[in-house]
Design a protein around this ligand. Structure first.
Ligand SMILES: [Zn+2]
Length: 200
């Protein structure tokens, strides 16, 4: 059956979401269509207000006005920055009760194959933060993928001239997992990053 033009437009728009294929987009579009008018208007308002969100000039996080809540929070450790590729990664750290420092959101990872180079990620403002602030440690928390590794390596080299500790998240085996199921790379990295429990 041919779709109505308006629904077609909604389906095409929904398909731009990552992980949403044509079937899911169609299902969601018709679910929206079946919603109450009030709820549809509420959704339209919510989507429209997304335009009010911009990025924090300091860390690249989302903000509604000026600096973001992370940068505005004076109770955080002001000398530690976790570097992540995306905002959602910072949220993962926020769920931990053990990290109280700042963040820097790159907005992606270096990926030469996709044409994502150093000018496409948020690095220059990071250097400014290090030059202007009292940053003692940079924790690289980009993904343990080829792109994430490339990005971490590039930033490590870039920071060589600054008096700042640079650390990378440990690679390890998933908790509750089984050793013989781990892939070769994970096991190699876990071996390299082993912790000494007793030294003689
Ligand atoms: Zn910020």
């Amino acid at each position: 059956m041919e779709q109505f033009e308006t629904i077609e437009k909604l389906i095409n728009s929904l398909r731009k979401l990552p992980g949403i294929g044509i079937k899911s987009a169609e299902r969601i579009a018709y679910q929206i269509l079946d919603m109450k008018k009030d709820n549809i208007n509420e959704m339209i308002d919510a989507l429209q207000s997304i335009n009010d969100i911009s990025t924090c000039p300091l860390c690249g996080s989302y903000t509604e006005n000026g600096f973001c809540p992370f940068c505005n929070d004076q109770h955080r450790d002001q000398d530690t920055i976790v570097i992540v590729s995306f905002f959602k990664d910072a949220l993962a750290f926020e769920k931990l009760k053990s990290y109280h420092g700042l963040y820097h959101i790159l907005g992606g990872s270096l990926n030469p194959a996709k044409g994502i180079g150093i000018n496409d990620i948020n690095i220059s403002s990071l250097l400014k933060r290090i030059e202007n602030g009292n940053i003692k440690e940079i924790i690289l928390a980009t993904n343990p993928t080829l792109e994430g590794e490339t990005t971490a390596l590039y930033i490590t080299r870039l920071l060589e001239k600054y008096k700042v500790t640079v650390s990378r998240l440990a690679y390890g085996l998933p908790m509750g997992g089984q050793l013989d199921y781990a892939d070769e790379l994970t096991l190699t990295k876990a071996l390299e990053g082993r912790n000494i429990l007793r030294k003689e």
